[in-house]
Design a protein around this ligand. Structure first.
Ligand code: SF4
Length: 359
């Protein structure tokens, strides 16, 4: 069943659209960057990153020509670093294979590294005016409520149904505005908790509201509990420098720098874990000294508690990057030049503080 959603929604959008730095842009590069940054990340967090990014890499060419380290450094703190690596890679593909012109069609966009169905639809509709759907988390919630979808949406069938509904309701030649209007409505009115149905332009069509079940939509299939790992990390010091290693390109946080260490295994204590990890990663044993802080972080699918320790090499064997891409002995003040994830950056800051206790 199709409902006449477009007219009230677009009228509402004309009056209430969010003012965002990337709004009104039809430069496909800018739309693309904003959409990638917004995946899994709050708008307010993205704003300063987007602005700095556009100063640093104002064009697709500038991004394609930058080094991966520059790109990761500009992304540091936004998380999900695979997004930055793939965006960089895709910019290089567009330069080499598409003559520097970003493709306009969803199918061609979706062949670029890191561009999924949502991002392809957003770029095609917002930047190129194509009639393409783009179902993000906000749209998903609004559609699940308006159509009172009772099946879980995090299943292939639920996903298919959502996209069919979104495509069936796209107003011709206005998909860009329609998609953004649904995103804004989900962000500002049809919020996860306590949706403001009294202010909603779709209220008269909303089946979940009529039945009073809006807060129970979308339905989610039960998720397995999030695993929580204990991790040991070594701050290995030598002559005023500390050792950092660069993570393998194909792993989580690929290309970022870290203090070596790893996950505690069953039956291991933290010291045993650290000795094993350092032997595997660097081929060395260490003398484990004082604790160097406990750091907690939540990733999408797991959480970690990282126990850092000050360490020294226990014999003359020089460490080798057996599992890492590279390793460096850095002065604490040099650590800022190496892109790192949140936990490693906190450890790096503590290294700097201990080296300059009054700064
Ligand atoms: S009426 Fe309420 S539940 Fe339905 S779409 Fe609008 S805000 Fe969401």
């Amino acid at each position: 069943m199709t409902l006449p959603l477009a007219a009230p929604l677009l009228a509402w959008y004309a009056a209430h659209a969010r003012q965002l730095p990337w709004r009104g842009e039809n430069d496909p590069y800018k739309v693309w960057v904003a959409e990638v940054m917004l995946q899994q990340t709050q708008v307010e967090t993205v704003k300063p990153y987007y602005q700095r990014w556009m100063e640093r890499f104002p064009t697709l060419r500038a991004l394609a020509e930058a080094s991966q380290q520059e790109v990761l450094a500009a992304w540091e703190g936004l998380g999900y670093y695979g997004r930055a690596r793939k965006l960089h890679q895709a910019a290089q593909v567009v330069m080499c294979e598409h003559g520097g012109r970003i493709p306009e069609e969803v199918e061609r966009l979706a062949r670029l590294p890191g561009v999924g169905r949502y991002t392809a639809g957003a770029i095609a509709s917002i930047a190129f005016g194509k009639d393409a759907a783009a179902v993000d988390g906000n749209q998903r919630r609004v559609l699940a409520r308006v159509f009172n979808l009772e099946e879980p949406l995090n299943t292939p069938a639920g996903e298919r149904r959502l996209w069919e509904l979104a495509e069936a309701h796209l107003p011709k030649s206005q998909a860009g505005a329609f998609n953004q209007a649904l995103m804004d409505l989900g962000a500002m009115v049809c919020t996860q908790r306590a949706p403001a149905c009294g202010l909603c332009p779709l209220a008269e069509f909303c089946q979940a509201r009529r039945l009073g079940v809006q807060e129970g939509r979308p339905v989610r299939r039960g998720k397995a509990p999030t695993p929580h790992y204990q991790v040991a990390a070594a701050v290995i010091r030598r002559e005023g420098r500390v050792l950092i290693t660069q993570r393998p390109a194909d792993k989580l946080l690929g290309g970022m720098w870290e203090f070596p260490g790893g996950k505690q295994q069953e039956g291991e204590d933290l010291a045993g874990c650290l000795q094993r990890e350092l032997m595997e990663e660097l081929g060395v044993g260490v003398r484990i000294g004082a604790p160097f802080g406990v750091y907690r972080h939540a990733y999408t699918h797991f959480r970690v508690t990282v126990h850092a320790f000050a360490c020294e090499l226990s014999n003359g064997t020089p460490p080798l990057p057996l599992e890492a891409q590279a390793m460096r002995w850095c002065l604490p003040e040099e650590l800022g030049g190496y892109p790192m994830g949140k936990v490693d950056r906190q450890i790096a800051q503590r290294c700097l503080l201990e080296c300059n206790p009054l700064s």
